[in-house]
Design a protein around this ligand. Structure first.
Ligand code: GLC
Length: 725
């Protein structure tokens, strides 16, 4: 079997495109799922006929998704290269969103760590396992800003703030791609998604329409994707939604003017699954031929799992509706990506069966997953009941006590059977634990299971009541209009509290929940879907082997009726704070305006106090930054890590400004009874925002600097920016 075997340059690649027939070029834009490469004919012929494909299309389809395993990947590539007239290698892609086989906490949990090294490490290990299993590209990071917990895919985001999302996006890309993607075969190319603003679906209903001003899009939603691109992400995936009425996947302004011209992105754009064909359902074209025309003109290079390009591009070119140069540029970008991955020199890249057996789910990777999970678990409430003592008899009860359903959505190759449950993790720490024999159903527990749980609760010093969602309740196509815990679980809380007041509730969930009904618990521990070693990490948090340091990156509402509720909201013309007793202000009759647990919130076993927020001066200019500091003291006798958060409020803008915006954060490790002065610097770029001219700039005027442990409990000082012009 021969392949080109030499480093390709732009000239080689352009020559290669010139050698390709029109059909071969169109086939290069086709992405097919694993079934098409199955050796079971029946798995292939069905989808083939549905999509109007023939054997040649499959043999020449430029990329595929959902194939993995070194042996299978090598076999698919070998067969592909033998059948491809010009020996062009294929590209293997898949969703490695928070781990390959070693599954890490869901991205919303990773966002709660506020630790960028966590994101980079997770991505690095995920890439290592994926690459040795033959993959070249991951459909990650998902960088959609989210403000509506009804949306199932909030689990896939790092949260509600574009500044924090941007920092995480860059860290994910760095971890996936490393510094030398062409030669470092332990890395994979990153595909940032979903461009753009998929997280703003109205009503939190997946695939629903998105409607916002260009200014809001630029200010809140685009920065995260841009940060991933500035970090070198090789691909961008289109989103299912419309942007200003035009489906993203056919939106020339979004992909040519903004992504390519303004952001300078010259990599590959891939549609989301079926999103090219869905342009028809959106109603902006009459048929798939129109969809193909709109998408190729928008600059979408790869069509995932539909065949508008395969069926109609040649015709559109023959009719003069589409210039062949648009096809050529798409093919060239795909070949360039293959070249950037070193596939022309070595089409098998990192695939290695023997190394795969060693690397996948190794003890080292499990240990990393445990540490990352521990950094992602948020302590929401603790009335002197945690950490637990080994001398205490602890009952661990409830539907999530022994569950291994803790990987979360988008954990494709992960196996629940390989996950460590809370009870398993706890048993490694203490032998003073009692658990039930009955299976406790999440929704309809048997009376026997309830009776057993109550008896255990009564007999114990303390109760860990493990509750939550199951994996299928979040992720894609999993929006919920009611984000409370299942009724049976809320009933159980009441019954258990009647037996024992010393109750700790732990939660596995893929979204902020409406936690009404568990207020009687003395502690609430938010574990999200913590991944393969989730039970180990959660147990170690409960028994104090880890001191919780995570802080929410998405607000928990009091109730779903408040949604969307997020920290960086506008003041409005009738702010509630102006007079809480006034009727005619912006408020509800039946619930507060504020999140139950706000952005940035999380507790620790330590006690951190803030004082002496000072600025060296009260006035700054574009050229003279403002330095300041705050003193943080750990009053407790437990060492811990505090995340000092820095927010700014622009009191008068050309457009209304949020009441605060995150502009910096500092993770500070503090020994027991110790104190540290945390220094920071404010520069003019931190005061910029998108003006009505759609450009970023700052204004002279007064600002508030707010510093503290979360977005609510803040010290405040004011300062001014004086600009020369
Ligand atoms: C899905 C998702 C996208 C994913 C793709 C491939 O529909 O929207 O995030 O990468 O299809 O699985």
């Amino acid at each position: 079997m021969k392949f080109i075997g030499e480093k390709m340059n732009k000239t080689n690649l352009t020559n290669l495109v010139d050698q390709m027939t029109l059909t071969e070029k169109v086939d290069q834009l086709l992405q097919l799922a694993a079934a098409f490469y199955s050796d079971k004919a029946e798995e292939k012929t069905g989808p083939m006929s549905d999509l109007g494909l023939n054997e040649d299309n499959i043999n020449n389809a430029g990329t595929t998704l959902g194939i993995s395993g070194a042996k299978e990947a090598i076999c698919v590539q070998k067969t592909y290269m033998e059948k491809n007239r010009l020996n062009i290698p294929t590209l293997l892609m898949a969703d490695i969103v928070h781990g390959f086989r070693t599954i890490f906490p869901i991205p919303l949990a990773l966002g709660s760590s506020w630790d960028l090294s966590v994101a980079e490490k997770m991505a690095e290990v995920s890439a290592k396992e994926a690459a040795v299993s033959g993959l070249h590209v991951t459909f990650s990071p998902m960088v959609d800003l989210v403000r509506d917990p009804r949306w199932g895919r909030v689990m896939e985001s790092t949260g509600e703030d574009s500044f924090l999302n941007s920092r995480f996006a860059a860290a994910f890309v760095k971890g996936y791609q490393g510094d030398d993607l062409a030669n470092d075969f332990s890395r994979v190319a990153a595909c940032v998604k979903h461009f753009a603003a998929y997280g703003a679906a109205i009503g939190g209903r997946d695939y629903n329409t998105v409607n916002m001003s260009e200014r809001q899009l630029r200010e809140s939603y685009l920065p995260g994707y841009k940060a991933a691109l500035d970090a070198g992400a090789k691909l961008v995936m289109t989103s299912f939604n419309v942007v200003d009425g035009i489906p993203a996947t056919g939106n020339e302004w979004l992909f040519r003017d903004v992504l390519r011209d303004e952001f300078g992105f010259d990599g590959v754009v891939i549609s989301d699954w079926g999103a090219v064909k869905e342009i028809v359902a959106h109603g902006v074209v009459a048929d798939e031929k129109g969809a193909a025309e709109l998408a190729i003109k928008a600059g979408v290079d790869i069509e995932m799992m539909t065949t508008c390009y395969s069926r109609y591009l040649a015709e559109l070119i023959a009719e003069g509706r589409v210039a062949e140069s648009l096809l050529d540029e798409a093919v060239l970008r795909i070949l360039q990506l293959k070249n950037d991955l070193g596939l022309f020199e070595n089409p098998y890249r990192g695939a290695d069966e023997w190394l795969e057996a060693e690397l996948i789910l190794s003890d080292e990777h499990r240990q990393i997953a445990e540490e990352i999970a521990a950094k992602s678990i948020v302590l929401l409430k603790n009335e002197q009941i945690l950490p637990l003592k080994r001398s205490e008899k602890v009952a661990i009860i409830g539907p999530a006590a022994q569950t291994q359903d803790i990987l979360g959505a988008w954990s494709w190759q992960g196996k629940q059977s390989e996950a460590i449950s809370l009870v398993t993790g706890a048993r490694r720490l203490s032998d003073n634990i009692v658990v039930g024999q009955e299976v406790f159903d999440y929704f309809e527990p048997s009376q026997a299971a309830i009776d057993e749980a109550l008896a255990l609760a009564k007999s114990a010093d303390k109760v860990v009541l493990a509750l939550g969602e199951q994996e299928w309740m979040s992720g894609e196509a999993a929006s919920r209009s009611d984000i409370t815990l299942p009724e049976a679980q809320l009933d159980l809380v009441k019954l258990v509290l009647a037996q024992n007041e010393q109750v700790v509730v732990t939660l596995y969930n893929g979204r902020p929940l409406d936690l009404r009904g568990i207020d009687g618990a003395k502690a609430i521990v938010e574990a999200w879907f913590p991944g393969t070693e989730g039970g180990t990490a959660l147990a170690k948090i409960l028994w104090g082997d880890y001191n919780p340091s995570a802080r929410l990156s998405m607000s928990f509402p009091e109730s779903v009726g408040q949604v969307p509720v997020y920290y960086n909201c506008d003041n409005t013309g009738r702010p509630y704070e102006s007079d809480p007793d006034e009727k005619y202000v912006s408020k509800y009759l039946d619930v507060s305006n504020y999140a139950k647990y706000p952005f940035g919130f999380g507790l620790s076993y330590s006690q951190f106090d803030y004082e002496s927020l000072i600025l060296e001066d009260q006035v700054m200019t574009e050229n003279r930054n403002l330095r300041g500091s705050v003193r943080v003291t750990n009053q407790s006798d437990v060492a811990g890590v505090e995340t000092v958060q820095l927010y700014i409020y622009d009191k008068v803008g050309q457009v209304t400004r949020p009441v605060k915006e995150l502009k910096g954060f500092y993770r500070v490790a503090l020994a027991a009874k110790s104190s540290q002065v945390v220094a920071f610097e404010i520069d003019e770029s931190m005061l910029q925002y998108v003006h009505t001219n759609q450009k970023m700039s700052s204004d002279s005027g007064e600002f508030e600097l707010l510093v503290g442990p979360n977005s609510r409990d803040l010290l405040k000082v004011t300062f001014a920016l004086k600009k020369n012009r």
